[in-house]
Every structure is written in structure tokens, then in C-alpha cells.
Design a protein around this ligand. Structure first.
Ligand code: T4K
Length: 386
């Protein structure tokens, strides 16, 4: 038990947890079911290239999200790149800096300049008025990110896109199972891109998908995913290799069955964290509200001025206890080396992003997290004040 500063590992005591408690521990569904499917893959003698597991997986995802097309891919980043290319984005594209760097990389990798717009400090999502300010004659599109699974301001972004004749798509890497105004994420913009990476609430080991209701776009992305092949020997489009493999689809089909349980556990833990940390000055847990669905996978702590330690001191204290808290997405994509030079005056353009980047801590969630663990984390945070 942690009762005083002397009990903290950062002051020399032994860590509160013998094993590392990670953010992003994978959710693994029914192993027997998964292994049964793996055997089926071997029996089929079909390991990749649009196999039966991938086709079944795509049908399940499309049905679940209520969209016409799901194009499964090897990961979320390639899915973003393919969607960006299929939409014909070029020149400049407006994105938040407050996101995983892959959102920006997917553009830059293709010779497109990511233009970072500031966020709303309450929701952590793009601020539509900031987006408007970043539009130039070179702007071809906007990529909204549903950060932490909370929907971006979709209607406002769509209105801006319509007004300026820009393409709009979404990075929905965090938003599997989320809703916007009661509608499942996946149906908005020209297309939406999911990541099914191991660390996501729903995973296929590595994986991703683009979902869309646009038949032509879907067809183009299917071609691009497989070198542009339309049947044997017939290449009709430039393409790459973005295919999901059968084992990943087997994992996805298995994990789909338990995703509702995962969300229920995350939600419960999120509420327990919120209650446990409620009365600590300078500490707040980002709420997701009760009107929209959210996987509650990300427990986001904000460390404000009223707290006695800095965010970095608190992260160090937690990590010393083997709670591997993370600073996602510090320092903001715009401050990472490839993008720094684009933003010499970033403090003026991205004040909310820069403030938030100094405040956020992501805490572990998922089936490994119990009330007891949350209580110990509370102790570390509370003791740190004195
Ligand atoms: N857009 C957004 C908004 C995203 O968040 C992401 C990915 C993407 C696009 C791109 O999608 P993908 O191309 O990745 O499909 C991790 C993930 O690798 C990345 O998928 C994710 N976002 C990002 C938020 O987190 P890192 O560099 O933080 O990974 P790493 O290795 O530090 O792992 C995170 C934590 O998870 C660690 O503390 C350890 C734990 N972990 C990890 C793995 C892989 C496990 O416990 N078990 C595991 O198997 O990027």
C-alpha cells in the first residue's frame, strides 16, 4: 500500500506492480475460436489475396457499421494512404496536429503538405473555425480525426468542405463502435479509415479498413490495394500492396464476437477512474458523455496548473510503479522533425494543441485493469500532491 511519499517507487520503494501495466494491452477474444479459424485457413490453402476470411470479415464490418463497402487493409496507415490517393488529394490537406503522427505521415509520404489546424481544448478534436483559417488556394481536402473515439465536428467540417469544394474524409482509427448524433461512425465524409492495430479496442494483430458508401471510390481502392489488378495479368490502375492476410481476418472475426464485452469493461473502468480521481485538484478525466457510443478505450487524464507536480513528474512517478502511462500525442505532430520547419510560429497557430500536449496522460484500460489497480493509481496521484 502507498500511504506516504516514502512508499513511492520514485523515492526508492519497490514498484507497486510486479509486472508492467501497459496502455494498449491487446484484447484477445476466444482463443479456441481463433485457432479453429486458423486451421480453416490452412485447410483452405489460401493465406492472403482477398481470401474467404477477409471477404467474410469485410461483410461483417460493413453490416455492423451500416455501410455499403469495407475494404480491409494490412494496417491503418496504408488504408489512409490509399484513401488519400483514391480521393485525389494533393497540394495541402488540413489535419489536426493533435493526433498520432500517421495521419500527417500518410499525406507527407505522398508529397502532400499536412496543414495543421488547432483543436477545441474541451473535445480535443478539430476546431472548425481554426480549419477555416488554414484554407488556402492549394487546399484540396480535410482529414478529421475522431480522437479518443469521440466524433469530430462532422457537420461543421462537411459544411466547410462543401462551401470550399474540398474533399472530406476521416481518420477513425480510434472510433470503432463510436457514434455521431446516434449514427455509427463509418458513414461520414467521402470515406472513413479504421485501424485494427493490436493496441486498439478491436484488433486484427495489424490491420485497418476503409469504409464508404461510394461505389466508385470503393472499386478504385480495391484495385489500389492489389497492385491495380482486375483479374489475371490485367493491371488497370496504379497500385500497391495493402492487403489484409487471412490470419488477421480470422482474428478480426473472433474479436468482433467479444467487442461488446470489451467496451462494457472499458466503460466500467472509465467510470471507476473518473470517480476515484474526482476530487484531486488539477486532475480531470476526459468525459465522453452519455449521449454517444464510445469504446471508452482511452482514459485521458489532464494535469492542470492546480496540481502540485508537473505532468512529466507524474508520468515518471507512475512509470516507476510500472504503470506505463503515455503522453499521447506529445509534442504534437507539428513539433516532430519532419514537420517542425513548416511551423516556425506554431505557438500562434496552435495554442490549444501546444497547451494540451503539456497536460495529457493516457492511463491503462482493458480487462487487466481492476478496481484495486485503479485505487493504487489514485494513491500515486494523490500522494504526489503532498
Ligand atoms: N491514426 C491514428 C489516430 C492512430 O492512433 C493510428 C495508430 C493510426 C492512424 C495508424 O494506424 P496503424 O497503421 O497503426 O494501424 C501505437 C500503435 O502502434 C498505433 O497503431 C496507434 N495508432 C498508436 C496510438 O499507438 P506506439 O508507437 O505508441 O506503440 P508502442 O509499441 O509503444 O505500443 C503502445 C503500448 O501498447 C505500449 O505501451 C505496449 C503496449 N502493447 C503493444 C503491442 C503492440 C502491448 O501491450 N502489446 C502489443 O502487442 O503506437
Amino acid at each position: 500500500t502507498i500511504r506516504s511519499k516514502a512508499d513511492l517507487a520514485i523515492n526508492g520503494a519497490s514498484p507497486a506492480f510486479a509486472e508492467l501495466l501497459h496502455v494498449g494491452r491487446p484484447n484477445i477474444g476466444n482463443r479456441e475460436e481463433f485457432l479453429r479459424r486458423v486451421n480453416q485457413v490452412f485447410d483452405n490453402q489460401w493465406l492472403t489475396n482477398n481470401g474467404p476470411m477477409v471477404q467474410e470479415f469485410e461483410r461483417h464490418i460493413a453490416d455492423r457499421l451500416g455501410v455499403k463497402h469495407c475494404i480491409a487493409m494490412c494496417n491503418g496507415t496504408i488504408a489512409l494512404e490509399i484513401a488519400i490517393r483514391a480521393l485525389g488529394l494533393q497540394g495541402e490537406v488540413i489535419v489536426p496536429s493533435w493526433t498520432f503522427v500517421a495521419t500527417a505521415h500518410a499525406l507527407y509520404w505522398q508529397g502532400i503538405t499536412p496543414v495543421f489546424a488547432d483543436i477545441d481544448p474541451v473535445t480535443h478534436n478539430l476546431d472548425p473555425s481554426a480549419v477555416r483559417r488554414m484554407i488556402t488556394p492549394r487546399t484540396s481536402g480535410i482529414i478529421g480525426v475522431h480522437l479518443w473515439g469521440r466524433a469530430a465536428p462532422i457537420d461543421e467540417l462537411q459544411a466547410i468542405a462543401d462551401e470550399h469544394k474540398l474533399k472530406l474524409m476521416f481518420d477513425a482509427a480510434h472510433a470503432f463502435g463510436s457514434t455521431y448524433k446516434g449514427q455509427t461512425i463509418g458513414r461520414f465524409g467521402a470515406c472513413e479509415v479504421f485501424s485494427f492495430h493490436a493496441t486498439k479496442s478491436f484488433n486484427t494483430f495489424e490491420g485497418g479498413a476503409v469504409v464508404t458508401n461510394d461505389d466508385t471510390l470503393a472499386e478504385t481502392m480495391r484495385l489500389m490495394r492489389n497492385f491495380g489488378f482486375a483479374g489475371f495479368d490485367n493491371v488497370i490502375h496504379p497500385g500497391t500492396n495493402g492487403k489484409m492476410i487471412e490470419i488477421c481476418a480470422a482474428m478480426g472475426l473472433t474479436n468482433l464476437d467479444s467487442h461488446d464485452e470489451v467496451v462494457a469493461i472499458n466503460k466500467r473502468n472509465h467510470a471507476a477512474y473518473t470517480t476515484a480521481l474526482a476530487n484531486i485538484p488539477g486532475i480531470s478525466v476526459l468525459p465522453y458523455g452519455s449521449t454517444e457510443d464510445n469504446s471508452h478505450h482511452y482514459v485521458i487524464l489532464e494535469v492542470q496548473k492546480g496540481f502540485a507536480a508537473t505532468r512529466d513528474q507524474l508520468v515518471a512517478a507512475l512509470q516507476a510503479e510500472n504503470v506505463m502511462a503515455r503522453k499521447y500525442f506529445w509534442p504534437g505532430a507539428h513539433k516532430m522533425k519532419p514537420y517542425r520547419d513548416l511551423y516556425p510560429n506554431s505557438g500562434l497557430l496552435l495554442p490549444n494543441t501546444e497547451q494540451l500536449a503539456e497536460r495529457v496522460i493516457v492511463l491503462p484500460n482493458g480487462a487487466n485493469v481492476t478496481d484495486e489497480i485503479i485505487d493504487i493509481i489514485r494513491s500515486v496521484i494523490t500522494i504526489n500532491i503532498h
